[in-house]
Design a protein around this ligand. Structure first.
Ligand code: DGL
Length: 272
């Protein structure tokens, strides 16, 4: 068990590059802290894997981040949040705090939706877990939820294809059934999809509210620190960010710098 100490970093974990989009927004909102980002690019995508595998991979990632000096970790990956968050929170205990991204997004969607028809796009595992549906139902039992799995989007984004015409065509196909259901709010239930927000907006038009975790999570995290000053005081505030990836290739650095919005240096992480 980790000692309660000071000078701790905030860990941010994603299966790959998509979480950099969330980290970028977090750093813009609360730049004073130190962060450690870990992307498990060697084993991404997680979205089609079994719950046992997602749990095991994510547990290894938590071990790595807590050993690297993190006092808390944000599980930016929706797939890991859906399939492993509860079990990991129990395993790591209250002193090694792990926060997910589903509840903040669900809360925002409930606030925004007027016709109570909410759409979700997510990975196959996140959709199969029905976690979003359960969280939304807890917040408002009258809400109708429509899910759409989008298995091709993460591989396309990880390959740097987010601006391609093929990606747009596939997005149109995925979004059509949700538009047919007359949703007025759309949750981008995967870290990677925030990168496609402009394309999604173009397809769905101006009237559907988009819930992007890149906007919601930093706002909620700031409020969380205001409420949990005992945790906040343990965090180091030197604005240093370390980036780790499990595949050790240059593509994380190149694509990651684009997604993060400034050049990043990446170290290789070995997860056991
Ligand atoms: N980034 C993950 C998420 O938010 C999904 C990517 C993957 O399939 O690995 O769901």
């Amino acid at each position: 068990m980790q000692k309660k100490c000071r000078n701790m970093c905030i860990g941010v974990f994603d299966s790959g590059l998509g979480g950099l989009h969330i980290l970028r927004s977090i750093v813009r909102t609360i730049p004073q802290y130190d962060y450690v980002y870990l992307g498990d690019t060697a084993r991404a995508p997680y979205g089609h894997r079994s719950q046992e595998t997602i749990y095991e991979y994510t547990k290894q990632a938590m071990d790595f981040l807590f050993s690297a000096g993190c006092g808390m970790v944000i599980l930016a990956c929706n797939t890991a949040s859906s399939e492993a968050l509860r079990a990991l929170q129990e395993k790591f205990g209250a002193k090694q705090k792990i926060l997910g991204v589903l509840i903040p997004a669900a809360e925002e969607a409930v606030q925004k939706s007027k016709n109570k028809r909410v759409g979700i796009i997510a990975t196959t595992s996140t959709v199969a877990s029905n976690k979003f549906i359960r969280e939304l139902a807890k917040l408002d039992p009258d809400i109708s939820v429509f899910q759409q799995e989008c298995p091709l989007l993460v591989p396309l984004i990880e390959e740097g294809e987010h601006n391609s015409r093929e990606t747009e065509t596939i997005l149109k196909k995925y979004l059509a059934p949700l538009l047919h259901k007359k949703i007025d709010t759309l949750i981008l239930g995967c870290t990677h999809y925030g990168i496609l927000e402009n394309k999604i907006r173009k397809i769905i038009g101006p009237d559907i509210a988009i819930i992007s975790e890149a906007r919601v999570v930093p706002k909620k995290l700031k409020i969380y620190f205001e409420k949990h000053s005992e945790l906040e005081k343990t965090l180091r505030k030197k604005s240093i960010i370390h980036f780790y990836s499990t595949d050790g290739t240059d593509s994380f650095k190149i694509l990651g710098s684009k997604i993060f919005g400034r050049p990043i240096e990446v170290k290789k992480a070995i997860l056991v």
